[in-house]
Design a protein around this ligand. Structure first.
Ligand code: SF4
Length: 258
């Protein structure tokens, strides 16, 4: 997924950045536990959004893009799971480039095992941390066959037991493959949740739970994609495009430019 961009030292952002992941653990996409030191700046005093404001914001997102789609290419729940595992610390475009050819020959755990780790490595060698990721893809395929009848399980707890899959992976798969109202918090959602004041939090888990609490159920199926796309194309990390932002009148960020 998109890389983490740290705040510019010249102009300190009032938004905490997603806690950094170590290279070793990067293939795990689960959020890290809360840092000991609070990342929430003392100056950030945002008024909570009213339910009417939240409804208004998501009504605007829905009107602008009624059926938002994720950008990771996949053919079925299994290839979605693999794509999300491969996307840790990588861009969706980079993952898609590698998985198009991979999924053409291996779109089930059985076919992936037949292909073998060495060949999987070859297909994905353009993606960061590809050696570990190839290992995880093979190991998770084995586990799916051994314990889940070759199917991607439908609970977060079960998905989280798969090598390379953490809470965020589970939330993406449950939402996109099975239509569950989960909220996967990546770097974009984390930033938007904090900046707007919709769900301020020091960790992805805090933001996830905060968003789940305030977003009405009618919007939850697509809320994850609306927020990712908003962060990726409008509420950019370094230069948010507040002037064209759909929710700039509602946003609580003191540094917004409108
Ligand atoms: S007004 Fe600016 S900071 Fe606020 S959500 Fe929109 S783009 Fe982001």
């Amino acid at each position: 997924m998109a890389k983490i961009i740290r705040s510019n030292s010249a102009k300190k952002s009032s938004v905490p950045s997603v806690p950094k992941k170590s290279a070793k653990k990067a293939v795990k996409s689960s959020p890290r536990p809360a840092a000991k030191k609070s990342l929430k700046p003392k100056s950030l005093k945002q008024e909570s959004w009213t339910p009417a404001e939240v409804h208004e914001a998501f009504s605007r997102f829905r009107k602008a893009n009624p059926e938002p789609k994720g950008e990771l290419e996949h053919l079925n729940p299994y290839t979605l799971l693999v794509a999300v595992v491969l996307s840790a610390q990588a861009t969706d475009a980079g993952v898609n480039k590698a998985t198009r050819a991979l999924f053409a020959v291996a779109d089930t755990p059985e076919k992936m095992l037949e292909l073998g780790e060495e060949k999987v490595r070859e297909y994905i060698k353009t993606i960061g941390l590809y050696r570990n990721k190839a290992k995880n893809v093979i190991a998770l395929s084995e586990k799916l066959i051994a314990e889940f009848g070759g199917e991607v399980p439908r609970t977060r707890a079960e998905i989280e037991t798969l090598p390379g899959a953490g809470r965020k992976t589970a939330n993406v798969v449950l939402n996109m493959a099975y239509g569950e109202h989960t909220m996967a918090v990546d770097t974009h959602v984390f930033r938007v949740g904090n900046r707007t004041g919709l769900a301020p939090g020091n960790t992805p888990l805090e933001v996830e739970l905060g968003l789940e609490k305030v977003i009405p159920s009618e919007f939850m199926l697509h809320a994850h994609h609306w927020l990712i796309l908003h962060g990726r194309y409008t509420c950019l990390a370094r230069k948010p495009r507040c002037e064209v932002c759909l929710i700039n009148d509602l946003c609580r960020w003191p540094e917004k430019t409108v």
